[in-house]
Design a protein around this ligand. Structure first.
Ligand code: ATP
Ligand code: MG
Length: 338
């Protein structure tokens, strides 16, 4: 008899800093929907990490926890297939982070291009909180504590996964083979731009279309989108590259052939921005309307939401315990265990 191959362990997470948006959908959630069918998947609501740059807004972070869970359920992540874990309630992760801190130099942390970009955005200069600079180390601990082998993320997270791999390799070299080395899994769309044309749609930059956006607000946001500043009249030839509306159509329009024809017409000045934007509004409404409907169904079941998160967190915590036993043993700190 051929033995069934063991399921791979997958882990990702999101910071409860605000509602999830189209960037999350394209960059990570679609991949998670696929992975929940074939992997043992954990999804972490990273409230501890959210506090690194929002430490003065604990109420806001707490409120957003349920909102993010609702977004997960709304896109179709299924609590029967995916385990949802609340990061702050798994102290094993914090414990592993402390040991990982020894394996990374300050210079290595400061070289991280995503951190550099975020520090600039937040204007930290020399006053960067130590917790913020070291969050990639904590993230490596999230991944390693669950023994995760696959991490479906957007492009901005690649330096974090690279660091996690280095940490795991150092750990295994120094203390003996203990931890699994993770691999990043990228979607077809690795970085969705913001509606303002900035390179990344982000909760913090205020340039997002949230998954829960209602029709009217969606139309307003699309109509305000940055297109091609050189195209003033509908009959002017237009540029598709670097055009946000087309970046979104490329990401979400299921009618690929029609879309290619539309691009040809746009380049020749045969269609105007308004027509292209109307198409995008239709495509996004078709994508978001089942998500909105599922969200409102779940919204009415608050007690069940709490149970899903509590049970998921308990299951997640149990998953980290054997890993942590191996870690303590490798580190020679396995005192008082039989
Ligand atoms: P914040 O601004 O608070 O950092 P965020 O919008 O960057 O929020 P995160 O919670 O940091 O969202 O990211 C969660 C996951 O979603 C990560 O894997 C990240 O790569 C992915 N992601 C976020 N924004 C995008 C985007 N615009 N395109 C592709 N993937 C994205
Ligand atoms: Mg982010």
């Amino acid at each position: 008899m051929i033995e069934a191959e063991a399921k791979k362990i997958a882990l990702t997470g999101d910071r409860p800093t605000g509602p999830l948006h189209l960037g999350h959908l394209a960059g990570s959630l679609l991949e998670r929907l696929r992975l929940q069918e074939e992997a043992e998947q954990y999804v972490l609501i990273a409230d501890v990490q959210a506090l690194t740059d929002h430490f003065d807004e604990p109420d806001k972070i707490r409120r957003n926890v349920t909102d993010v869970l609702l977004d997960y359920l709304a896109v179709g992540l299924d609590p029967g297939k995916t385990t949802f874990v609340l990061q702050s309630q798994v102290p094993e992760i914090a414990e592993l982070s402390v040991y990982f801190l020894n394996l990374v130099t300050l210079a290595r942390l400061e070289r991280n291009p995503t951190i550099k970009e975020e520090m600039k955005q937040k204007n930290y200069k020399a006053n960067v909180p130590a917790g913020f600079l070291t969050y990639p180390i904590h993230q490596a601990a999230d991944i390693a504590a669950f023994g995760a082998e696959r991490v479906p993320v957007g492009e901005d997270q690649l330096p974090m996964i690279e660091l996690a791999r280095e940490i795991v390799r150092s750990f295994n070299r120094i203390y003996g083979p203990t931890l699994a080395e993770p691999l990043a899994v990228l979607s077809r769309v690795t970085r969705l731009p913001g509606i303002d044309g900035k390179t990344k749609m982000s909760k913090t930059l205020g340039n997002a279309i949230d998954l829960k956006t209602e029709e009217e607000e969606l139309s307003r946001r699309v109509m305000r989108m940055y297109t091609d500043p050189r195209k003033v009249r509908a009959t002017d030839p237009g540029h598709v590259e670097g055009n946000v509306v087309f970046a979104y159509l490329d990401a979400f329009d299921p009618q690929r052939e029609e879309l290619e024809t539309l691009k040809v017409h746009y380049r020749r000045g045969k269609v105007g921005d308004v027509e292209v934007k109307r198409r995008l509004i239709r495509v996004l409404n078709e994508l978001l309307s089942p998500i909105r409907a599922r969200r409102s169904e779940w919204e009415a079941r608050q007690a069940q939401l709490r149970d899903i998160l509590r049970e998921g967190t308990e299951r997640g915590r149990r998953k980290t315990q054997p890993v942590m036993e191996r870690v303590r043993k490798a580190l020679r700190v396995d005192f008082f265990s039989e």
